[in-house]
Each structure stands twice: as C-alpha cells, then as structure tokens.
Design a protein around this ligand. Structure first.
Ligand code: C2E
Ligand code: CA
Ligand code: CA
Length: 708
C-alpha cells in the first residue's frame, strides 16, 4: 500500500503538467506539485494557504463556482480557463479534473496545462484568415478558383457581381463549367488553361464573357496554376478585372480614326481609300464610278439661329438619309462641317449616276422635323464620273467640288455634272483670289446706288450702295462672285472700309450739292461686324467724311445678328446711340426666331427678294410677305420689299401696306451721278414709268448677270 502510495506521489510530484488537489468543500488547495509551483510562482506554503478562487480573476469566480457544483463522475476535460499567476500575469489553461477521496476529504485532482502560447498562435492564424477572407470577399476585382475540369470552387462577391449573379453561392451553383458557360469563345478559355499548364501563369489575357442575363463583357484575367502533391494541376486561381468600358473606349478610338464622331460616317481618308479600290475594280471591268460632292446650303444660318446642338441633330438626320438612299456598297463620307462626299461604284452610265444624284438631292430637300421644329435644308451637289472627268480619285473629287461650286454660284440647291468650263471657273476663283489683293490699289472697285422708294408718296427715301469690280480681264464682276472669296481671305476688311468711306463721302457730297438729304445704306459683312474695332471705324469714317450719323444706314443680315447674340446686342446699342440707322437684310431667309427683333432695336426689315419674286403667284410667298409686314408694323419698324420688278408686285405690296420698295421696277442700281439726277428731279412716284426709259436701259451694263 505504502509502496504504491509512494509511486502515485512521485507520479504527482514529478509530473511535468501542473497539478493540484483541492478540497471541494472549502476550495482550499490540499496538495500542489512542483510544476504548478513553477507555473504560478507561489511557494508551496503560499499555495496551501489559498483557495482555488484566489488564482482567478474576480469576474470568473461565479462561473468557477457553478462548474464545481456540477456532478462529476470521472476524468473530465473542463475547458479553458484564465488563471492569475503570482506576478499578476493572466494565462490560459486547459483544465482536466478527476474527483478524489484524499485521505477522507472529498476533493478534486486538477491538471492545468498552460496553453497561452498555443491559443495566441491560434488567434493569430484565425485573424490572418479573417483578414485574407476580407480581402478576398471585399476585393473590387474578381477572384476565383476553379478545378481543371472547369468547376468553380471559390469566387468572391466582385466576381459574382461582374457576371451578374446575386452572390458567390448562386454563381457557383449555376456555373458548372467555366469554359462552356462563361466564355463567349470556349476555345479561348481552353487556350488560357493550356497556357497556364505550360508556363504556370498567364497574365493580362483579355477574354469576352457572358453575364447571367446573356449580355457580354470584356474582362482581363490573370491565371495561375496550383499544383497538387502529385505534381498535376489541382486548381486554377485567378483574378478578373472588368475592362468593358476600357475596351469600348479603345474600339471608339479605332473607329474615330476612320469615322466621324457625330454622324458615324467615314472620314475623307477612308473614302479616298475606298475610291482607289473602286477605281481599280472599275478599270479592270470597264465600269464607271461616280463621285458626288454635296454641300448644304446656308447651313451656317441653321447653326447660328438655333444653336450647334440643333445643327448637330440636323447633320445626323442628313447622314441617316444619305446612308438610306445610297446602296449598301456605296460610301458616304463627311468631309467638312456641312460637306459630304458620296462614292457610287458600279455605275452603268451618266444617266444612272444622274438618277442616283437626284435621289440624294431629293432626300435632303424633303422637309425636316428636328426637335419639334420643321425646316427645309437645300443642298448643292456636284457630280464627276470616272473615267470621263478624271482618271484618279483626287481629280474626281476636285472636279465634283468644282461642279458643286458652280451650283452655289448660280443660286444653289440643284445637281450639276462637272464640265470643262467649271474647271475654268475653279481656276477663275483662284485667280480672283489673287487679283482681289491688287484690286483696291488699282482702284478697280466702284459703287452703284439703288434708290429706295416710299410706296405711298413715290419719293426716294434713300439709296443702297452696292459694290462692283471692274476687272481688267474678266470685265464687270458682281459682288456675289467675289464677296465670299474676300470674306475667306480677309480682304473684306479693307474692301468694306473702302465701301463705307466712299458711300459716306458720296452722301455728304450730295448734301453739299444741295440735294435733298437721304440716308445711304451700306452692306456689312459678318466678318467686318465681328471686328473689335468696327465701331471705332464707323466713328472715324463719319468724322472724316463729315456725314451726320442719321444719314448712314447699316444693312446687317439675320445670321450676322444671331451668330453672337450677346456681343451683338451691345454693339448694336452703341451704334444706335451714335445715331445710325440699322436694317435687317434678306429678312426671312435666316431661320430667325422673331423674339430677338424686340431686343435688337433695328429700324427696318428688308423682305428678301426670293419672297417678292413670286409674291403674286405663290400663296406661301404671299403669306410670308404679309406676315413680315404685319410683324414690322406690330414692332413699329419700317419694312421694305427688295427686288420689286413689276407693277403687280408693287400693287400687292401697296395693298398690304408695305412701307417702301426697292427694285428694277423703279430703278436698277446706278452710278452716283445718275442717282444725284434722280434726287434732283424728285417728282414722286408717277415718274417711275418715265424713269424706266432708254436712259436707264443704257446703264444695263451695271446689272449683274447672277443677280438678275
Ligand atoms: P443684297 O444686299 O441683297 O443686294 C440686293 C441685290 O439685289 C443687289 O445685287 C441688287 O443689284 C439686286 N437687285 C436689286 N433690285 C433687283 C430686282 O428688281 N431684281 C433682281 N433680280 N435683283 C435686284 P448685287 O448688287 O449683285 O449684290 C449682291 C449681294 O452682294 C448683295 O445682296 C449683298 O449681299 C452683297 N454686296 C453688295 N455690295 C456689297 C458691299 O459693299 N459689301 C458687302 N459686304 N456685301 C455687298
Ligand atoms: Ca443689302
Ligand atoms: Ca437683300
């Protein structure tokens, strides 16, 4: 007995696991072993003076008492507890206990293994796991793992969302094979898997994938193989980034290199390329090719009046119509703001091309409704045909351009084929550009004056000054042929200044000669008006010529007024303050919204001659004319009709109470001395017929072919 007692004591004392025995009633320590003394730092006597509650933190004691109260039968693991060492340090211990009858005392044998280190290590592992889990779950890029046979074993939320699934669980349940179910091109995915097997990794592969709803997305994938113990690929893991937008932007860039952003029509370069191809084919097969150059008439006016975004809508609609009315294999290109080139291949003959061109023309001419506004857009179309009008693309385009210009020159809005004569005209434009530069110095310009009449009294109320160019070789040239060239090369500024000075000094001279003083009207180009120094110029010219400001009238077009409404208003107000008269020229052609008229403090509207021409025979023209007259009346401003050529027009205007007329019916534009003579013999309207006498016909040389 004693021997076995001794053995057990040794087993207890020498045990490396800290152990003790305590009295279950008093909770006092009855025995402790060496290991426990080492672990807690209390000497044996100190231990034996304590109860087991004294090695716990205060707050754990209720739990301890409950635990002890439980019935225990044999060896039991009692979980992990916190104990306090002598030095105050808390440790985690794993408790195993066994009830014991210790020399007649009901007691308990306890083994308390310190697991603080182990627990700390476990916590660290758990925290790290949570952290990585968090990174995985909340990552903005998609992360996934898949088996070599294409089954998803793990995906994060971003990945599921990228593919349109509610959760990773849903995605893993519904996708049974990545290559088959997700990849638009399953071979592409297999190719990637192959790459990973070969190199261990694939970086930045761009793959098009399906979403749950069947829509497509572009993603960039990095893929890595995870090898099993046997060396085979056990898993693929990868990251996925959504690059759909990036890809779209890239595609757009590629597109924009060859196509126009607004209309999505090809640029000139692409058309030229296709033209070359078409010409090569046509040459082989002995066919014809047609090139159409189309320019919208007065498109700038639309832009200026309604704003650029409205203009953009019109252009888009035009592009749509052009595409619609040309056959599939033809090319429509946008080559300038309002210029289009159309390539027609497989053209049988000129008549075939003419029909196609006519169709294009009519498509544009058909009325538009854009943003609830109806309007009509005219166009000028020039046509050239291979091989008749050129052997190469460049010549064909140039000649179609020349044909288009010729349409513009003769009143716009029609289709015309290229002729050699046009070539001459194109050359003429270039020469004119050069000649214009010397025209001022060589004093080749002069002014003619067209009287304006009060319709009731028949009295002359003023003159409009109109410029003429006496060209040494080309003869008398009308402003319609050179003003736009001068506007383009900037010469309109010195020319306009010359007109202003000449007209003002002429008006002053008439007054000095004792003639009845009437205003002289001068046409102002938008280019001039836009000049910062325009007002100063007016002031200077009036001062130099000594003309009182009320005898100078400026004719401004609607487009000019609307092109920069903010600035325009202040300039107009200043001109008004100086005492000048202002009128709006070609009124009715500029798509104006009439609301601006109230602000622009003008004195006169000039009804455009295109309305007057058929005012008697066309109901629309009559209606517009009447409307303009009543508009002017309601705003208390004067209204004049331009281009009055016959008596019936005059009667119509008189009947509808138009204030003034200007036109051949009374007089064509005449030289200054003729104008003076008219003023002198001012006898009222009854003299009009007499004035249309041989004297006036003699100066028909001053009429302009284009204008008449
Ligand atoms: P506009 O200002 O509308 O001038 C009226 C045009 O109508 C003039 O043509 C005139 O000769 C013509 N005309 C007058 N009565 C009749 C008629 O009864 N029947 C017909 N068919 N035509 C008539 P013109 O002189 O050839 O001038 C053409 C345009 O050139 C002018 O149109 C004006 O915009 C511009 N222009 C003329 N002189 C100048 C100038 O000094 N400076 C600027 N910037 N532009 C000018
Ligand atoms: Ca005018
Ligand atoms: Ca006019």
């Amino acid at each position: 007995m004693r021997e076995s007692d001794e053995q057990y004591r040794l087993l207890f004392e020498g045990n490396p696991v800290p152990m003790w025995v305590f009295d279950r009633k008093t909770l006092r320590f009855i025995a402790v072993n060496e290991a426990a003394i080492r672990q807690y730092g209390f000497a044996r006597q100190e231990f034996l003076a304590k109860t087991i509650t004294e090695i716990r933190p205060e707050q754990d004691i209720p739990g301890l008492l409950q635990d002890i109260a439980k019935r225990t039968l044999g060896l039991e693991a009692r979980g992990i507890w916190r104990h306090r060492k002598k030095n105050g340090e808390l440790i985690d211990v794993e408790i195993v206990s066994h009830p014991l009858d210790f020399h007649g005392v009901k007691s308990m044998l306890v083994a308390a293994q310190d697991i603080t280190e182990r627990k700390r290590a476990e916590d660290a592992v758990r925290q790290a796991e949570e952290k990585y889990r968090g990174i995985f779950e909340d990552a903005v890029i998609g992360i996934f793992q898949a088996t070599p046979d294409g089954r998803l074993t793990n995906v994060n939320r971003a990945h599921a969302r990228m593919h349109g699934y509610e959760s990773p669980e849903e995605m893993m349940a519904e996708v049974s094979n990545v290559a088959r179910d997700l990849s638009v091109d399953p071979n592409r995915m297999l190719e990637l898997a192959h790459g990973v097997r070969r190199n261990g990794i694939v970086r930045g592969a761009e793959v098009e994938v399906y979403r749950k709803d069947g829509s497509k997305k572009w993603v960039r994938v990095n893929l890595r193989a995870i090898h099993g113990a046997d060396g085979d690929v056990a898993l693929f893991d990868g990251t996925v980034e959504d690059i759909t937008e990036h890809k779209a932007a890239q595609e757009r860039m590629k597109f924009l290199a060859f196509y126009d952003a607004l209309t999505e029509l090809p640029h000139r370069a692409l058309l030229q390329d296709r033209l070359d191809t078409a010409l090569a084919g046509a040459r082989r097969r002995g066919e014809k090719v047609a090139v159409l150059f189309l320019d919208l008439d007065r498109f700038k006016a639309i832009n200026d009046s309604f704003g650029h975004s409205f203009g953009d809508c019109v252009l888009k609609e035009i592009a749509r119509r052009l595409k619609e009315c040309t056959r599939e294999h033809n090319t429509v290109a946008r080559v300038g703001g309002d210029e289009f080139l159309i390539l027609l291949s497989n053209v049988k003959d000129a008549a075939d091309a003419a029909i196609a061109a006519e169709r294009v023309f009519e498509a544009i001419n058909a009325g538009f409704t854009v943003q609830g506004r109806s309007l009509s857009v005219g166009c000028s179309v020039g046509v050239s045909i291979f091989p008749e009008h050129g052997a190469d693309g460049e010549t064909l385009i140039r000649n179609a351009d020349a044909a288009m210009y010729s349409v513009k020159d003769s009143g716009r809005n029609s289709v015309r084929f290229f002729t050699d004569e046009m070539n001459a005209q194109a050359v003429e434009r270039v020469t004119m550009d050069k000649n214009l530069r010397q025209a001022l110095e060589r004093k080749e310009f002069f002014l003619v004056y067209q009287p304006q009449l009060d319709i009731e009294s028949g009295k002359i109320t003023g003159f409009e000054a109109l410029i003429r160019w006496n060209h040494p070789e080309l003869g008398l040239i009308c402003p319609d042929r050179f003003i736009s060239i001068a506007e383009n090369n900037g010469l309109i500024l010195p020319i306009g200044e010359w007109v202003l000075r000449t007209a003002c000094s002429q008006a002053r001279r008439w007054q000095d000669e004792g003639l009845c003083p009437v205003p002289v009207a001068v046409n102002v180009s938008a280019v001039q008006f836009r000049q910062e120094a325009f007002r100063d110029l007016i002031r200077k010219v009036l001062q130099e010529t000594g003309l009182a400001p009320e005898y100078l009238e400026l004719e401004l077009t609607e487009t000019l007024l609307l092109s920069n409404a903010g600035v325009t208003l202040s300039v107009l107000q200043e001109l008004k303050k100086m005492g000048l008269k202002l009128s709006i020229d070609d009124f009715g052609t500029g798509y104006s919204s009439f609301s601006y008229l109230r602000h622009f403090c003008v004195d006169k509207l000039k009804i455009d001659q295109t309305f007057i021409q058929d005012v008697v025979s066309k109901r629309d023209d009559a209606a517009i004319t009447i409307a303009i007259i009543s508009l002017a009346k309601s705003l208390h401003i004067k209204v004049i009709a331009e281009g009055v050529e016959n008596e019936s027009q005059m009667f119509f205007l008189r009947e509808h109470r138009c204030d003034q007329i200007q036109g051949h019916y009374f007089s064509k534009p005449v030289q200054a001395d003729e104008a003076a003579a008219m003023l002198q013999s001012e006898q009222g309207f009854g003299a009009a017929e007499e004035r249309r006498s041989p004297r006036l016909d003699a100066i028909d040389g001053l009429r302009c072919a284009a204008g008449d």
